[in-house]
Design a protein around this ligand. Structure first.
Ligand code: PGA
Length: 251
């Protein structure tokens, strides 16, 4: 499996022109990083344009958020089928910044079920706000995973991607260590295996939070992850060039 890099542009850049330039810079940098698969999550308003620019089979497009409803009186929301219709094949679900704005585990469960129904691959984001010495944070992760997978049919288990993103690392100056991630990966896989048997072991696990060109390679090499979810370092043409450049060494 190719390591996956999810480029979460959040609400950058400011204009469509800049979004197109960021896409071009990203695509050029990806040409040197031959081993990677890239998923770009642009702001919804740019999604269709970025999708039409994209001719690469190594780049897929993700929506950053969606409602679980099929259609209805929800001012400002986008449905999963609308996003699929304009070119998304993935959708981020339960990102910490969405949870902070009120997205609940219940919403996450419904969005995942609906995404699978319309044929989008959900990238489920889980992560604790703080780490405590007693390990209560493991319970947070287990509860988030359990709830999110509740309506996922057994045979679709491996269609969900899990991105572990400790909230305390997102937007910060350094990620957690690859060894800490390694332990967390084992925990997530064991939990999914306990709940879903062998299929649980085929779920891709990503790390996200403060990754840049100085930490990406080590995290992929030693963190027991199938890829990375990157925010700031993916949303700037110079930074994405450095990030993907650092991963060009992967064979
Ligand atoms: P960051 O964001 O890489 O800027 O820390 C990660 C994320 O929010 O997914």
């Amino acid at each position: 499996m190719r390591p996956i890099i999810v480029a979460n542009w959040k609400n950058h850049p400011a204009t469509l022109k800049e979004a197109k330039a960021l896409f071009a810079a990203t695509k050029a940098a990806l040409e040197k990083a031959r081993k990677l698969a890239l998923i770009i999550a642009p702001p919804a308003v740019f999604l269709k344009d970025i999708r039409s620019l994209n001719k690469s089979s190594r780049i897929a497009i993700a929506a950053q958020a969606a409602t679980w409803d099929e259609e209805g009186a929800e001012t400002g929301e986008c449905t999963l089928s609308q996003l699929e219709d304009v070119g998304a094949t993935y959708v981020l679900v339960g990102h910490a910044e969405r949870r902070a704005r009120g997205e609940t585990d219940d919403d996450v469960r419904k969005i995942i079920a609906r995404a699978l129904h319309v044929g989008l691959t959900p990238i489920l984001c889980v992560g604790e706000k703080v780490r405590d010495e007693q390990g209560v944070f493991y319970k947070t992760i287990r509860d988030q995973l359990r709830e999110a997978f509740r309506e996922v049919p057994m045979q679709k288990t491996a269609h969900v991607v899990v991105a572990y993103e400790p909230v305390w690392a997102i937007g910060g100056s350094r990620p957690m260590t690859p060894m800490e991630m390694h332990t967390m990966s084992i925990f997530i896989r064991k939990m999914l295996h306990d709940e879903r048997g062998k299929a649980g072991l085929s779920v891709a696990v990503l790390y996200g939070g403060a990754i840049d060109e100085t930490t990406a390679l080590q995290m992929i090499g030693m963190g027991d992850v199938q890829g990375l979810l990157v925010g700031r370092a993916s949303a700037d043409p110079e930074r994405v060039k450095k990030l993907l450049g650092a991963l060009a060494i992967l064979k």
